[in-house]
Design a protein around this ligand. Structure first.
Ligand SMILES: NC(=O)c1ccc[n+]([C@@H]2O[C@H](COP(=O)([O-])OP(=O)(O)OC[C@H]3O[C@@H](n4cnc5c(N)ncnc54)[C@H](OP(=O)(O)O)[C@@H]3O)[C@@H](O)[C@H]2O)c1
Length: 306
């Protein structure tokens, strides 16, 4: 009997130590990534990556906020979205407010491979330091994110649009932008380390490794941000204003390969696995409640881009 309790005590101690370590790591990481950003890197570092930033879905919400914040930090901006009039208006606003150059590319990311030739041509010759793969769509309006897939009118087309817009766009934009980023940074590294490279080896292996290390790929996973997609939910403890979100998210650039974007969302995503919310959302009752809410809020079940 006693040995059974010994085993349980040991398991309890290991679990408590694990939780303590996880908590300490989470707090230390939050302080490093979210609370001390300006101490380490300023706007000069951002501009040194390249003169231009490319933002997809740049005419409203988070993408628009990123475009303005990057321009405020001294980068020229390429805006890509569907609506030409919105693109022209945002480009004018960025030039007026931040005095930076802009370029616009009209594209509908629900399209397939055929749309990327024009995007590539529009970006040719630009020194691109930052690519924000922001564009995304949800099906349905308020609560539509929780809609059952089989409730959609044209399921095949909806699935294709969503995959093209939310996933294929990321892969294709990276394919267009990354090669010029890497070769430019490699060339800069090579010229920097030139005297130390061997004759007849213009780009030595180590400089290539260094340049890949200095090209940051990272994922931002926000919780709720007040935008058209979230029907401009009131901002508060849980819901972030888009401009504030973009500012905080850009401060964390280069510090981690996966961030929530801002401290408030980092705390939410840290607590989520321990909470009842995740359990509830995945329970039968949670799914029924969400889909009932979606239906009562929506006149149409047709997929819509935001
Ligand atoms: N808001 C949130 O709480 C939240 C949370 C997590 C993740 N996200 C993600 O953050 C990203 C931005 O969301 P948001 O809330 O800022 O959305 P939003 O306010 O609805 O803005 C979407 C932007 O994308 C453009 N766009 C939409 N469909 C397009 C298409 N098919 N082709 C080209 N451009 C298109 C829109 O411009 P046009 O209409 O002019 O094309 C607009 O500029 C999305 O990927 C979303 O999934 C948002």
């Amino acid at each position: 009997m006693e040995s059974k309790w010994d085993v349980l005590s040991a398991l309890g101690a290991i679990t408590a130590a694990g939780l303590l370590l996880t908590g300490t790591w989470g707090v230390a990481r939050a302080v490093y990534v979210y609370l001390l950003p300006q101490v380490r890197r300023g706007n000069a570092w951002l501009r040194a990556q390249g003169a231009w930033a490319v933002v997809t879905g740049a005419t409203s919400g988070i993408g628009k906020a990123y475009a303005h914040e990057l321009a405020r930090r001294g980068l020229d901006i390429v805006l890509i979205s569907r609506s030409l009039s919105k693109l022209e208006q945002e480009a004018r606003e960025i030039e007026r407010l931040h005095g930076r150059s802009t370029r616009i590319i009209q594209a509908d990311f629900t399209g397939g491979l055929e749309i990327y030739g024009a995007i590539e041509a529009g970006l040719r010759g630009l020194e691109i330091g930052v690519l924000v793969n922001n564009v995304g769509m949800a099906y349905g309006g308020r609560g539509g994110v929780f809609r059952k897939l089989l409730d959609l009118e044209d399921l095949g087309q909806s699935v294709s649009d969503i995959i093209n817009c939310n996933a294929m766009s990321v892969a294709q934009m990276v394919c267009i932008v990354l090669p010029q980023m890497v070769s430019r940074l490699a060339a800069e590294e090579a010229s920097h380390f030139g005297p130390y490279t061997q004759p007849l080896r213009p780009l030595c292996d180590s400089s290539r490794r260094r340049c890949v290390k200095s090209t940051f790929l990272r994922t931002v996973s926000p919780m709720l941000v007040s935008t058209n997609m979230t029907h401009n939910l009131p901002t508060g403890l849980l819901v972030k204003d888009a401009d504030e979100f973009a500012r905080e998210a850009l401060d964390t650039l280069g510090l981690s390969s996966h961030v929530s974007g801002c401290l408030g969302h980092a705390v939410q995503s840290f607590l989520l696995p321990f909470g009842l919310l995740r359990w509830f959302l995945h329970s039968r009752q949670g799914v029924s409640l969400l889909s009932a809410g979606s239906k009562s809020n929506l006149p149409s079940l047709k997929p819509q881009s935001t």
